[in-house]
Ligand binder design. Structure first.
Ligand code: PEP
Ligand code: MG
Length: 564
């Protein structure tokens, strides 16, 4: 079976199905009201303990922002409305606590179901999550199946919530397969930071399996093998060994220079989404942050982070990397990245709509708060600013004007910041690539976002499986645009990088070197793979390659040349 590659690596083990069914609750008559209320409070306390310990584990392993949702769950456990309702029902009807709690939740959910506001509906889902956990404690359920695992398994689920992934006892999780969720889902990002081989988008797998079957995940290829025969297991054991030794071999490259055999150097940087990624990026020898996707700071919460919280997050990145560059991208919300409380209206074509810089230029207050936070952090390291999805020169001018206003504000307040902060843009639309000669006169650097550039060039939605055969960064139209952007950037003396997935493709790297790319930014683990490729090619050879590769008529032909 095939799915979407989320996190690399090979996993071989037994399937362990995670169902999301609620426990069955029966109405029971009780005699001792006091004892029943006491039982309810004990279960609540036990639940609180579990959530708190999860919260501190997540804070330690992934950071404060990721743990915020569990802090909210702790507060919900103490919700006076829930507590008084349950106690009143136990007293009035002499019923068992779990039944009283389930009735409370059902009524609550019914009231919320009629509400259109997605933010409030989300809140109801959190309440359900918390009350279900208390019910499980009351029923003596093994509440934390994921945390309680005691043997190595491959998790198979319809969908995993970020909290589920964070809960996983890493020691026993060989890999993860889900039916729903894509590469950019929260759960996917956490799985990647935990380095668990993961594939998502494997439709139908939960109905095919019973649990306990042998299963193989090839995270690199996006392949799942169900009930493999001995020969296949042997083959994958070899692949697994190869992957591990490649990983070890690559770790030795951690401190290697990002240089070709004839001394051409380029910056190899990290794409990060959370503070927790900073450590990982450093441990793999990244030479800075080429893309900080700040929108993740705004997700999985009830309201936008304020200036202070954002400042702390950006400052942390600046401090961790010292004089190495940290490119902070302003919010890229919209498209497939929805943020509930921003009240985005459903659009026919969200990728062609209200997104990224378009949204920021419309919601200026949000933009200004973020700019203030980034500028303040710029006093603590080598921060650069980057605007997402610019299409016209006017957009860049408008954004820079707002930036100037914010700078003036800070100056008036005598707040320190780097007045000479570099301001770059992402080149993600064909329009921007085509007029990159003009944009290069007004931007300090370019970073090509190939994930979007491909979708807008070949007119294929990033997430649409039916036409995904067209989504290919080897497409000659895309490669010509990349070449054009690099040339136009260099003509004006500015640096050009790539921060889309293409930057981490070892086959493409020599071609990009030949085109004289200045910087490549990617998932931290891929940095080693790319450094290893760089150490095997010479700039002169790659230049010859460009001429041949760029003149092919199809993506397949170019791929063939690069493979050879
Ligand atoms: C891109 O489009 O290539 C990119 C890096 O941005 P994102 O994936 O966040 O849209
Ligand atoms: Mg993009």
């Amino acid at each position: 079976m095939r799915g979407i590659q989320v996190s690399p690596g090979i996993a071989i083990g037994k399937a362990y199905l995670i169902g999301n069914k609620s426990p069955k609750v029966e109405r029971k008559q009780i005699d001792n009201i006091e004892a029943e209320i006491e039982r309810f409070h004990r279960a609540k306390a036990c639940c609180m303990e579990q959530i708190r310990s999860l919260c501190s584990r997540v804070t330690e392993e992934l950071g404060k922002n990721e743990a915020a949702i569990f802090e909210a769950h702790c507060l919900m456990l103490e919700d006076p409305e829930m507590i008084s309702n349950v106690e009143a029902k136990i007293k009035a009807e002499k019923v068992n606590a779990e039944f009283a709690l389930r009735e409370f939740t059902d009524n609550y959910l019914q009231a919320f179901a009629a509400i259109k506001d997605e933010y409030l509906r989300e809140r109801a889902a959190d309440v359900l999550d918390v009350t279900e956990q208390i019910i499980k404690c009351l029923l003596g359920f093994e509440t934390d199946r994921l945390a309680a695992l005691d043997k190595e398994v491959v998790i198979v689920a319809d969908e995993l919530k970020p909290s589920d992934v964070a809960r996983l006892n890493r020691e026993f999780i060989l890999g993860i397969i889900t039916e729903k969720g894509g590469k950019t889902s929260h759960a996917a990002i956490i799985a990647r930071s935990l380095e668990i081989p993961t594939i998502s988008g494997v439709s139908g797998i939960t109905s095919i399996l019973k649990g306990g079957e042998g299963i193989i995940i090839d995270g690199e290829m996006g392949i799942v093998v169900v009930s493999p025969d001995k020969k296949t297991v042997q083959e994958y054991l070899v692949k697994q060994k190869e992957f591990q030794s490649l990983r070890n071999e690559m770790l030795s490259l951690k401190n290697a220079k990002s240089q070709t055999t004839d001394g051409y150097t380029l910056e190899i940087m990290a794409n990060i989404s959370y503070s927790a990624d900073l450590q990982r990026a450093k441990s793999y020898g990244c030479e800075g942050v080429g893309l900080y996707r700040t929108e993740f700071l705004f997700m999985d919460r009830k309201q936008a982070p304020g200036e202070e919280e954002q400042f702390k997050a950006y400052q942390e990145a600046a401090l961790q990397f010292g004089d190495k560059p940290v490119i902070i991208r302003t919010l890229d919300i919209g498209g497939d990245k929805d943020v509930k409380y921003m009240g985005l209206i459903k659009e026919e074509n969200p990728f062609l709509g209200y997104r990224a810089i378009r949204l920021l230029l419309d919601q200026i207050e949000i933009f200004k708060i973020q700019l203030r936070a980034i500028l303040r952090a710029s006093a603590h390291g080598n921060i650069k600013l980057m605007f997402p999805m610019v299409t016209t020169v006017d957009e860049l001018r408008q954004a820079k004007l707002i930036l100037d206003n914010v700078k003036e504000e800070l100056k008036r307040e005598k707040v320190k910041f780097n007045d000479l902060i570099e301001v770059g843009i992402m080149i993600e639309t064909p329009a921007a690539a085509i007029i990159s000669d003009k944009l290069a006169k007004e931007a300090d650097f370019f970073s090509i976002g190939t994930n979007d550039l491909v979708q807008y060039t070949v007119a294929v939605d990033r997430g649409n499986q039916r036409v995904s055969y067209l989504y290919d960064y080897y497409d000659p139209a895309v490669l010509r645009l990349i070449k054009l952007v690099i040339e136009n950037g260099h003509q004006e003396g500015i640096k050009v990088g790539i921060c889309g997935e293409a930057a981490a493709d070892p086959k493409l790297v020599p071609l990009l070197v030949g085109m004289e790319i200045d910087e490549l930014s990617m998932d931290p683990f891929s940095v080693l793979k790319v450094k290893s490729v760089l150490g095997k090619v010479s700039k002169e050879e790659t230049k010859k390659l460009v001429k041949r590769a760029i003149n092919q008529s199809t993506a397949e032909e170019t791929k063939q040349i690069l493979e050879n």
